[in-house]
Design a protein. Structure first.
Lengths: 385, 235
């Protein structure tokens, strides 16, 4: 600690240069934070997906429905612990395209049993069960549209026309659910399947897809094969896959998110490495004589090396902490797309990785100038004062 | 260190020292078969023209460089044999350097500059502050403690340099042209200060200079030319 004023003073030697370098590091780490959150938002569902859950969908396409009668057969297949079905509703609130959020028709008891991390107050669950037109909505969407329990929500869907020819559906908000952690999606609205199925004009008795819970995750592949074999050669053959792969197939529609994110960050950090490295190299070159004085008065080669390393690490970590902090504050404000990125948050692991990278950046940019400073011969250095 | 003088009372003993610098294929003999003893509490002036080897000799005595041949013993210790790390620690404990161009850290104020050698000790912050205050008082600069080098005159900067050299209370002070960059008045003040450190505080001083006016303040003057000691003047 007693060397800190010396290290800090040296950093302030060229204020503008230090400030510009600090800003470039700050911006890089802010970008790192935002890209981490976007990556999390796009592939977060994969991480959320349970290892013990499988998704059964139509073999040809997700948009082709499956018979609702399949559920009884699926539940009897060895290794299946339970099932829930989902049907995509695809509606828009207040007829505004930007008001998109996911809505699905479900059976309340089934879906709550399938996703135990969803938190719904018992009285709200009871209200949902007791009214056919009731729905529950996740906290993010409820906050987004300022909905509260008891509100009636009009939703227009181009997919499901009602028996009377209308496309406007109304749901009563019986509950607002939360997630046990950030990885639980709280953007959907779940409406009751019985109300939906009775009201729609066509495709009655069909569902969008099934989510299956297996008894033993190690047997998931075998169970998936049994399910697909069960419906082979039927009019609606199935494709069963882990829930993670199912979610990932959505994300992969815009490419390999992880690779894209890593590519961008790799380029950014490489550039910053050059910028900060150049700053440190210049800083050491400029004060060769002063380093000679330090050695003359008794600083060892190791102490001079540590001092230069400490300067570069302080600069990089300071920029890193500020950048990560700013991105964290921005991300804390929530999904900037109002619902398109339901998992938009800064994972703690990525935050710690960012801090680690900032330290590594400091070490990498400081090591060569520090070695140069360490190897200086005192008498030679003093001549350059 | 003063307790570790050699049997003949010399604090510094330079014996049969040669120093050769290599510049490409060329060997430059800066010091040749040089012998010198500096008794404890002496104020010695090393005089000679540019390139005579006086700064090189000062560097050898201060452990900033090593002889090509021969030995340098200070306070009974063969410093030419010390490994780099131990030599640095030895310098921190036993030697104070005063440079012609002051060599202060421009980013630190006067008291922080003076404190630098104390950072290598185990003294507490309060103890370091006390030592700094004392050193600045000795050189008469207590009132300029918070000033940065750029706001001090040449003479004041040199006094800060002297305070930095004496703050750890070393026995040996090595001065390389300490008045070379100062006008006569400021130079005289610095020489007064060095004389006082020698007479009143018992510091052994070796001062490189080419100024007869400065060397006149020393107790003994040694002349160097072409790497060899050629005359001595004793008062």
């Amino acid at each position: 600690m007693k060397f800190l004023p010396l290290i800090w003073s040296n950093l302030k030697r060229r204020k503008l240069r230090a400030l510009l370098t600090l800003l470039s590091i700050l911006v890089a780490f802010m970008l790192f934070g935002l890209i981490s959150a976007i990556k999390q938002a796009l592939v977060g569902g994969v991480a959320m997906a349970g290892l013990d859950r499988l998704v059964v969908r139509h073999k040809v396409s997700l948009i082709i429905s499956l018979p609702g009668s399949y559920q009884q057969s699926i539940d009897k297949i060895p290794g299946v612990a339970g099932s829930a079905h989902f049907t995509w509703f695809g509606g828009i609130y207040q007829d505004e395209a930007r008001n998109f959020f996911p809505q699905m028709a479900v059976v309340p008891e089934e879906v709550l049993a399938m996703y135990p991390k969803v938190i719904l107050a018992p009285e709200q669950k009871q209200a949902w069960l007791s009214s056919r037109s009731a729905a529950v909505v996740g906290r993010k969407t409820a906050d987004r549209f300022h909905w509260k329990i008891g509100d009636t929500i009009p939703i227009t869907t181009a997919i499901w026309t009602k028996a009377d020819g209308s496309q406007l559906w109304e749901f009563y908000v019986a509950g607002i659910f939360d997630g046990q952690d950030n990885a639980t999606d709280t953007t959907p609205l779940w409406l009751r399947y019985d109300y939906f199925d009775e009201g729609r004009q066509y495709d009655k008795g069909h569902v969008g897809w099934y989510v299956i819970r297996v008894k033993d995750p190690a047997q998931a592949v075998a169970v998936a094969k049994r399910i697909d074999d069960q419906f082979a050669n039927s009019p609606a053959e199935t494709k069963t896959e882990p829930e993670g792969a199912f979610v990932q197939s959505f994300a992969k529609q815009i490419g390999n998110i992880g690779l894209i994110a890593e590519g961008i960050m790799g380029a950014v950090f490489f550039t910053i490495l050059l910028v900060a490295g150049n700053t440190m190299a210049q800083s050491v070159r400029e004060r060769t004589g002063e380093l000679g004085v330090l050695k003359a008065i008794g600083f060892t080669n190791g102490q001079v090396l540590c001092q230069v390393m400490a300067e570069s690490c302080l600069l990089a970590v300071l920029g890193g902490v500020l950048g990560l902090g700013l991105s964290w504050l921005f991300i804390l404000r929530g999904d900037p797309t109002n619902g398109l990125l339901p998992f938009f948050y800064f994972p703690v692991n990525d935050l710690l990785t960012g801090l680690g990278i900032s330290l590594a950046l400091g070490l990498a940019t400081g090591i060569f100038p520090a070695l140069q400073a360490m190897r200086l011969r005192v008498a030679d250095a003093l001549r350059r004062m | 260190m003063s307790e570790n003088q050699t049997s003949d009372g010399a604090l510094v003993r330079v014996e049969r020292v040669e120093k050769v610098f290599h510049r490409g294929a060329e060997d430059i003999h800066v010091l040749a078969d040089l012998n010198l003893q500096v008794p404890a509490r002496e104020f010695l002036a090393l005089m000679g023209p540019s390139g005579s080897g006086k700064s090189t000799l000062l560097n050898l005595i201060g452990g900033l460089d090593r002889p090509t041949q021969g030995s340098v013993t200070v306070g009974g210790e063969r410093i030419d044999r010390l490994p780099d790390r131990e030599l640095a620690q030895w310098r921190a404990r036993h030697v104070g350097f005063i440079f012609q161009l002051y060599n202060l850290m421009p980013v630190l104020n006067a008291e922080r500059n003076v404190e630098l050698p104390l950072l290598l000790t185990h003294l507490s912050k309060a103890q370091r502050a006390q030592h700094v205050q004392t050193a600045l008082a000795v050189v008469g600069l207590s009132h300029r403690a918070k000033h940065y080098p750029r706001t001090l005159s040449g003479g004041e900067q040199q006094r800060v340099g002297i305070a930095r050299a004496i703050v750890t209370d070393p026995t040996l002070l090595l001065c390389d042209e300490p008045t070379g960059d100062l006008d006569r008045k400021a130079g005289d003040e610095i020489l007064d200060l060095l004389q006082a450190l020698n007479r009143e505080h018992g510091k052994t001083i070796v001062m490189v200079t080419h100024d007869p006016h400065a060397s006149a303040r020393a107790v003994r003057t040694v002349h160097l030319d072409k790497g060899q000691l050629w005359s001595e003047a004793q008062k």
